[in-house]
Structure formats: structure tokens, C-alpha cells
Design a protein around this ligand. Structure first.
Ligand SMILES: C[S@@+](CC[C@H](N)C(=O)[O-])C[C@H]1O[C@@H](n2cnc3c(N)ncnc32)[C@H](O)[C@@H]1O
Length: 220
């Protein structure tokens, strides 16, 4: 998946991954992670996910990273938040959009960048990672580097990961199928990997495909 692939998806509004409701699994299982309120949650490959608003309403600051600028702009426009736009101190082409939730003043910061272009210093201290449709957005050959990058950026913070599992021979990704063994392979030597729940799911473009959605807690 090169950047043009995602730029085109956003430009052509082919963003079936974007949900209008907060992910019910996030609401149901987030508390399992015991993330202290008032701390900051990292959302890699965040798109314009409304889940970030839910996290902010729970009392967290949120820092997301998204390749496509129009997604960050759309996020704030849809939330009726006028963001301030800042620039990376070294890489001047990299911008971040920042705004506050009106209800509780929690900050949402969205970096517009390739996830591999940023560092732990850029995103600041985070106490957890929320990975929804991020690991599964990437082909298998990118996932080892991605998982390493997320660990480095977050300082090994606990993670909440939502994956899809289906027969990869029946469909090309994204979203890609990621099995429990693969989650273990990417993260098992640094975290204790626990499956919190799984449920039948579907992929819009292939409703007949058997798909299981799984939630993983990565802790210590
Ligand atoms: C499948 S979507 C999921 C978006 C969001 N997490 C959600 O659930 O709605 C993956 C997102 O990652 C972004 N993306 C893909 N590769 C990226 C990269 N290398 N760095 C940052 N963002 C990336 C895409 O533009 C896209 O918005």
C-alpha cells in the first residue's frame, strides 16, 4: 500500500472502514486496559474515526497519526471544532491539527504524516494505544516494522487492538486478515497478548465472506 493508494481512497470517498457509530467493542472492553483518565491515548492510522471523540469524552487526550490531510480536516469539521494547525519543528512539511473537545477541554491532536516519519518525542507521553483497522490496513510485509514503530513511539504502552480474521485466499486486503498467531508474532515478545472477545463480522465489499472480529489486549 503506497501513500497514493490511501490518498485516492480518501479523494474518491472509498472509506468503508469509517464508522458513523463508536465501535461497540471499544465501549465494552476499553476499561479492561485500566488506562488512567487524564492521560493520553495514541491512535495510529486514525482516519477520522469517531472513536477518538469517544476516548476524549472518557477523559483522555488523544494523539492520532494519519497520512491524508483531508481526513484530519474532515474529522474536525464533523466535530464542529476549529483546529489550530501547527508545523513539525524539523520536518516543516509535516503538519498537525489540534483542537479541544468543548464539553471537557480534552485535546485531540492529529499529525498528518506517515507513521514511520514520526518519533516518540513527536507524539509525547502516551499511556495506551488504540489500534482499530491500523495493523489490518497494512500488508504482512509491513507489519513487523509497523509493530516495532508503534512500540517505540508509545514506549511499550499497553494496546487495545481490533483485528479481522478471514481466509486471505478469498479476498485481497485491505483490510487484511490477521490471526492470533500473527498478533503473537508481532507483539508476543514484548507484551502479554490476551484475546478479550471475538464476534462474527462482515466486510462490506464481500458480505458472504466468513469474518471474525477479534479484540486483543496487550499488557505487561
Ligand atoms: C483502514 S483505515 C482505518 C482508519 C481508522 N483507524 C478507522 O478505523 O476508521 C487506515 C488509515 O490509515 C491511513 N494510513 C495508511 N498508511 C499510513 C501510514 N503509513 N501512516 C499514517 N497513516 C496511514 C489511511 O489513510 C487510512 O485513513
Amino acid at each position: 500500500m503506497n501513500p497514493e493508494f490511501w490518498q485516492n481512497r480518501w479523494q474518491e470517498n472509498r472509506i468503508g472502514f469509517n464508522q458513523s457509530d463508536v465501535n461497540p467493542l471499544l465501549i465494552k472492553y476499553w476499561s479492561s486496559l485500566n488506562v488512567p483518565t487524564g492521560s493520553r491515548v495514541f491512535v495510529p492510522l486514525c482516519g477520522k474515526s469517531i472513536d477518538m471523540v469517544w476516548l476524549a469524552t472518557q477523559g483522555y487526550d488523544v494523539v492520532g497519526v494519519e497520512l491524508v490531510e483531508s481526513a484530519a480536516q474532515a474529522f474536525f469539521a464533523e466535530q464542529n471544532i476549529v483546529p489550530t494547525v501547527c508545523q513539525h519543528s524539523e520536518h516543516l512539511a509535516i503538519k498537525c491539527y489540534q483542537g479541544k473537545l468543548e464539553d471537557n477541554g480534552r485535546t485531540i491532536t492529529l499529525w498528518v504524516a506517515d507513521i514511520f516519519a514520526l518519533t516518540a518525542e513527536d507524539i509525547g507521553n502516551v499511556s495506551a494505544v488504540y489500534d482499530k483497522a491500523a495493523l489490518i490496513a497494512l500488508p504482512a510485509n509491513m507489519r513487523p516494522d509497523y509493530s516495532e514503530q508503534i512500540r517505540k513511539m508509545s514506549g511499550n504502552a499497553p494496546q487495545f487492538i481490533i483485528t479481522l480474521n478471514y481466509d486471505q485466499n478469498k479476498k485481497n486486503g485491505p483490510p487484511f486478515s490477521v490471526s492470533g498467531e500473527q498478533v503473537q508474532q508481532y507483539y508476543g515478545s514484548h507484551y502479554q497478548v490476551t484475546e478479550l472477545a471475538s464476534k462474527p463480522a462482515s466486510i462490506g465489499s464481500m458480505p458472504e465472506l466468513t469474518v471474525v472480529e477479534q479484540i486483543w489486549m496487550l499488557g505487561h
